[in-house]
Design a protein. Structure first.
Length: 133
């Protein structure tokens, strides 16, 4: 811009509709939303594990342990938050797909599969007309 600063001048990215990223990433907003979700999950999930040990198979009995269900509950809460911000589209329908597994190589790491379905820009409407006669 005139002040010598970078500015987004298009809502489109360089990703093509046929790219391996998925058609959603042709919009800058999807990439920014994806970054926001990843950063937000990293911050908010940290509170669930700080100073705690993990019980992958048993039930936590003290405040010093957590389990996969506590992490899943936090993930669902964050997904509902993204839905309330209109970042996600229909999180309730995909929330059951959240998966948490103990990493086989590093058991101190639990891997989370977090489903996402972003709201996309509405750019076109297709209109079909028919005789009413």
């Amino acid at each position: 811009n005139g002040a010598g600063q970078y500015a987004i001048v298009s809502g489109r990215s360089t990703a093509k509709p046929s790219s391996s990223l998925g058609v959603e990433y042709q919009w800058i907003g999807t990439a920014l939303a994806d970054d926001f979700v990843r950063d937000d999950l990293n911050i908010n999930l940290q509170a669930v594990i700080n100073g705690k040990s993990g019980k992958a198979y048993g039930t936590p009995r003290t405040q010093k342990t957590t389990n996969t269900e506590a992490i899943r509950t936090k993930c669902v809460s964050r997904g509902q938050f993204y839905e309330s911000l209109d970042i996600f589209d229909g999180f309730e329908g995909i929330s059951m797909a959240i998966g948490i597994q103990v990493n086989q190589i590093n058991p101190a790491r639990w891997d989370i599969q977090f489903p996402k379905r972003f709201v996309l820009p509405l750019e076109q409407l297709g209109v079909v007309t028919a005789y009413a006669g």
